[in-house]
Design a protein around this ligand. Structure first.
Ligand SMILES: Nc1ncnc2c1ncn2[C@@H]1O[C@H](COP(=O)(O)OP(=O)(O)OP(=O)(O)O)[C@@H](O)[C@H]1O
Ligand SMILES: [Mg+2]
Length: 284
């Protein structure tokens, strides 16, 4: 399905590749990706995580990783962190150096992350995308068949507007939308206990209804989440019994259920048998 032989070999034993995207920046894609990957690992799935934000990689920080990937021959071995195999551009940068690259170079590194990394056998490979609909998204959708995309948005109109663009891009590339995660919804004041909806309310539900896909979950605006993410302490890992982790766990179960549903409903095409009696590849 359009995959080059390197990527086909490297991803041969990967069950589902799931992209986490949005249109707008800073809405919580990386936070969702990290906690989704950790929740899957807690459920005993084999999980890989690609930090595909080439210009602004921050998953090693969010996961508190200090180790570096090893190389074996032509291949890189991802870093194992709390049962998740991680690959990030951050591993190849020195300090705060910015990445200043043109499209073709970005294309090259995404291909390498897919095709020259020893992913091994995985149930899920989660891809944390940068914001927008640029080179990374294009390469990813052209290079491999994605099982689906999770769309992250805040409830405000400006984020929804950008999310619709990302969704249109996935539609065009034939990638199923697994559902919408609404982030930074209600905020509860720690002093007076009063709730307020800083970025509005119900936007994620409206977007999901408009698309006819599930609202996978709604995450509250929680300052401790921002603090702990910066410190490499994701809630699913460090506070698994608390309500915030429970929301991530529930989002994770909803993603798994959607993947299973899409796989069940996928049309099955009989293998094409040519005149010489050989059979071409059946497509599903
Ligand atoms: N529900 C939340 N409550 C409080 N802070 C949050 C929440 N979700 C995310 N954040 C914080 O908001 C910031 C942006 O989140 P994150 O990096 O996950 O967004 P992103 O969509 O990946 O951003 P980018 O587009 O730059 O890749 C981070 O500092 C993160 O810790
Ligand atoms: Mg991010």
């Amino acid at each position: 399905m359009g995959a080059s032989s390197g990527t086909t070999d490297s991803l041969a034993q990967v069950g589902h590749v799931v992209a986490v995207g949005s249109g707008k920046g800073g809405v919580g894609k990386s936070t969702v990706s990290v906690n989704l990957a950790l929740a899957l690992a807690r459920a005993r799935a084999r999980v890989g995580l690609i930090d595909a934000d080439i210009y602004g990689p921050n998953l090693p920080l969010m996961l508190g990783v200090t180790a570096m990937p090893r190389s074996v021959g032509q291949h890189l071995v991802p870093v194992d962190v709390h049962g998740v195999r991680l690959m990030s551009m951050q591993f190849f940068l020195q300090g705060d150096q910015p990445v200043i690259w043109r499209g073709p170079m970005v294309h090259g590194v995404v291909r390498q992350f897919l095709g020259e990394v020893q992913w091994g056998a995985l149930d899920y490979l989660i891809v944390d995308l940068p914001p927008g609909t640029g080179d990374v998204q294009l390469t990813l959708t052209q290079e491999i068949p994605l099982s689906g995309a999770v769309i992250v948005t805040t409830p405000q109109e400006v984020a929804l507007l950008d999310a619709r663009k990302a969704i249109a891009m996935f539609h065009k590339a034939g990638v199923p939308i697994l559902g919408v995660v609404e982030n930074m919804t209600a905020y509860q004041c720690p002093h007076c206990g009063q709730g307020s909806e800083i970025f509005g309310a119900g936007g994620g539900r409206r977007l999901a209804d408009e698309l006819g896909v599930p609202l996978l979950g709604s995450l509250p605006l929680d300052p401790s989440l921002a603090r702990e993410s910066d410190a490499g302490r994701p809630p699913v890992l460090v506070r698994p019994q608390e309500p915030l982790a429970a929301v991530f766990e529930s989002i994770t179960r909803a993603v798994q259920a959607r993947l299973a549903e899409i796989a069940r409903n996928r049309p099955y095409h009989l293998p094409v048998v040519d005149e010489a009696g050989g059979s071409g590849k059946g497509t599903t």
